[in-house]
Design a protein around this ligand. Sequence first.
Ligand SMILES: [Zn+2]
Ligand SMILES: [Zn+2]
Length: 145
Amino acid sequence: MKPNPNHQEVAEFRELLRGAGLRSTAPRLAVLRVLGKSKSPLTHAEIADMLVPLGYDKATVFRNLNDLADVDLVTRTELGDHAWRFELRDPSDPTSGRHPHFVCVDCGSVTCLTDVEFNDATKRRAAQIGQVTEILLKGHCTSCR
Ligand SMILES: [Zn+2]
Ligand SMILES: [Zn+2]
């Protein structure tokens, strides 16, 4: 039998779901695989575009995205364009998925800035202002500049 390159990944996702108390269902595994392959957060529409041809309907994809977000396996972010974007997070790292994003004002592409962090003084200042839910940088990406 030929080794299946996806086998290990599926086993890891099953383990993640079990750890979060969710059943491993085909749509949940499909959603996790799409998010696992992406380097940036994806909208529901983008995820549905990939999964509808595989036989999952949009409502199923949306429901499962929200199930995964509810148990913190996936983060939901809103980057100012009224679209939720979803991103896989590492449940063993409490800060995973809580990073700033760069949005290109020309093409709308989103980049994760996992190494950009508030320093302590900025964190204190932010806490005085309110609860920061998203840090957003905007500009022209290298392919649009
Ligand atoms: Zn761009
Ligand atoms: Zn991100």
